[in-house]
Design a protein around this ligand. Structure first.
Ligand code: PLP
Length: 388
């Protein structure tokens, strides 16, 4: 099929040509005196995206899942109690990982469509007077449901309870696209990955640790090897890595950081908000609800619910085979009930309008009772009226 297949999944996202070109490099000696000139500024500039001055950034040749593991196994000790609110596939998987790694996982189930309930969290932390909970695991943006939680609010709950637990945040589908303030919110371990807001292929796990977390790394007795932060720190201090780095990922990251910092993080967040708002307006015009409940709507991904007599998988498959666009599937509980539109990364008004038009065609082909052009019209009005 001529033309591009556009990714409207919430990761991997479309990789801009500038990043693709930057990654097209010959291999070089990662032990040469030149290598630190690449790595050291990358680690410094990553901190700007995480928005921390006192924290330290890390790059692993891995994905977001490894980032979860880095945080758990480098800061905590075997058998430690961790608390997690589970409200979608990714918070579920993080909880499962913590169980498999032998932690004592206190799981609080929330409705899919809602995020972290701050009042309940505060009450639970206040009840934990012996400070048995060693870490709170917070999924900032639950990609499965299109739900964003209030991470500043998690810090407030910890402070209100005067609780010393570490705060780990999964920012895989939020960092570099949604407002994220590691320093201000007192995040101890922030986790992200290359293939969403960073607009790169998968293969880079990006993290930042607070000083409090780094101190805990010194004494943690959890066994680890490939994901040991001490090895990273030893090598990184001189501008090197403990094992062969994924060079194209590093060159891609250089370009991604330049693009993000040049646009300005506030502009990046505002762009994602506008694009998301257009998609939400389109869904409303189609008469379809979204999974996220009011106040929890994500600006990187929207899960759109289909009527009970329809199967969202048909929309996704028609969209792909007939119109060459990729939409996100409903995961687990949402399988068949929702399709997801990713509005994250290298996107603008017209790319979103292409998506909305393609979704509309695929829904019409599957007998949805919607007016042709209604979603596109709603998004056009919104984008035009808010264009700068
Ligand atoms: N956390 C969230 C919120 C995600 O969306 C994903 C992947 O989509 C992950 C973690 C896992 O990341 P990865 O697939 O890069 O291992």
């Amino acid at each position: 099929m001529a033309g591009r297949n556009h990714l409207y999944i919430p990761g991997p996202t479309n990789v801009p040509n500038e990043i693709l070109n930057a990654m097209h490099v010959t291999m070089e000696d990662h032990r040469s005196p030149a290598f630190p000139k690449l790595l050291t500024p990358l680690l410094q500039d990553l901190k700007k995206i995480f928005r921390t001055e006192t924290g330290q950034a890390f790059i692993f040749p891995a994905t977001g899942t490894a980032g979860w593991e880095v945080a758990l196994t480098n800061i905590l000790n075997p058998g430690d109690k961790v608390l997690i609110y589970r409200f979608g596939q990714f918070s579920h998987l993080w909880a499962e990982m913590a169980k498999r790694l032998g932690f004592d996982v206190e799981i609080h189930q929330e409705t899919w469509g809602k995020g972290i309930p701050l009042d309940k969290l505060e009450a639970r932390l206040k009840e934990d007077t012996n400070h048995e909970i060693k870490a709170v695991l917070a999924t900032h943006n639950e990609t499965a449901t299109g739900v964003t939680s209030d991470i500043g609010g998690v810090r407030k709950a910890l402070s209100a309870a005067n609780h010393p637990a570490f705060m780990f945040v999964d920012g895989v589908s939020s960092i570099a696209s949604l407002d994220f303030r590691m320093e201000e919110w007192g995040v101890d371990a922030a986790i992200s990955g290359s293939q969403k807001g960073f607009m790169m292929p998968a293969g880079g796990a990006f993290l930042a640790f607070s000083q409090k977390a780094l101190k805990a790394v010194e004494t943690s007795t959890y066994p680890r090897c490939f994901l040991d932060l001490k090895d990273q720190m030893n090598a990184n201090k001189d501008g090197y890595t403990p094992y062969t780095p994924a060079l194209p990922i590093l060159y891609g990251l250089r370009k991604a950081l330049d693009l993000l910092l040049e646009e300005g993080l506030e502009n990046v967040y505002a762009r994602h908000h506008r694009l998301a708002e257009g998609v939400r307006k389109a869904a409303a015009a189609w008469g379809l609800s979204i999974c996220a409940q009011p106040g929890f709507e994500s600006d990187t991904v929207t899960a759109i619910m289909v009527p009970a007599d329809k199967d969202a998988r048909d929309v996704i498959s028609t969209a792909f085979s007939r119109y060459d666009i990729s939409l996100g599937a409903g995961l687990s509980e949402l399988a068949g009930k929702a399709f997801r539109i990713g509005h994250v990364g290298d996107m603008n008004d017209v790319s979103m309008l292409g998506c909305i038009a393609g979704v509309e065609m695929a829904m019409l082909d599957n007998g949805f009772d919607i007016k042709p052009g209604s979603g596109v019209a709603a998004a056009i009005e919104y984008y035009r009226s808010t264009a700068s």
